[in-house]
Write a protein that binds this ligand. Sequence first.
Ligand SMILES: NC(=O)c1ccc[n+]([C@@H]2O[C@H](COP(=O)([O-])OP(=O)(O)OC[C@H]3O[C@@H](n4cnc5c(N)ncnc54)[C@H](O)[C@@H]3O)[C@@H](O)[C@H]2O)c1
Length: 246
Amino acid sequence: MERFDGRVVALTGAASGVGRATAIRLAGEGARVAGLDIDEPGLAETAELAGGMATIRCDVARRDDCHAAIEQVIADHGRLDVFGNIAGIARSHHVPDVTEQDWDRMVAVNLSGVFWCAQAAIPHLLATEGVLINIASNAGLIGQAYTVPYCATKGAVVNMTRALAMEYAKTGLRVNAIAPGGVQTPLVANYQMPDDVDYTLMAGYMGFRTMSQPEDIAAAFAFLASDEARQVHGAVLSVDAGLTAG
Ligand SMILES: NC(=O)c1ccc[n+]([C@@H]2O[C@H](COP(=O)([O-])OP(=O)(O)OC[C@H]3O[C@@H](n4cnc5c(N)ncnc54)[C@H](O)[C@@H]3O)[C@@H](O)[C@H]2O)c1
């Protein structure tokens, strides 16, 4: 008997990094997984690595896409037990260089997308007394230079998680967040700092340990999604090797 036997799990960002590792982990523990992402080849690759996964193209920045994708999961599987808001984007800039387009896209994907998917998933999660897990960031708990829009969206995800936990406090739904530190994924590999940054501003949150692997975040996700975490509600679980401890 596996922890997620008979459970239906839907994850955004499942084409890469943390989302892919989480899909593989939960499928390995018996879940039927649906992956939602804009990257269809990446989704197909995850499906192969996970030994099978339903794939749905979904741009989380679009409310209609989020609602349609979750309706598709229900049409295909009849229920939803766990929803993971994992999709996200990150960029580094000096404040004066942030364009309206940069700001709007960051907010649309990292913040609005989390809300639209939560809005669509919650009625189904209430029916199963399920679990909603949002991937925030250490950047949502502390201020970090050169990533003001990203920090703003992730801080909002932290408090959205708590607000959702309060609104549904009297139900069987659990809502939690994970705040990873640095994780070795394409998001980090493709991350470019502006040329003329002051690295001493960042020394305080560079940490002393190695970066996490996506599987480390998937393991925390699996715990929060499981019945073993039945008393964990409204929590923001840091998985950051101590980055935000000091
Ligand atoms: N990697 C890190 O160091 C780190 C640290 C803290 C938090 N996080 C968060 O973890 C989450 C996963 O990041 P990752 O490191 O695995 O990155 P990643 O780039 O490997 O994966 C992100 C996924 O999100 C998808 N995505 C992007 N925009 C989308 C959209 N509009 N609609 C649907 N899907 C979209 C991408 O196609 C990709 O598959 C993100 O929310 C990120 O902010 C990452």
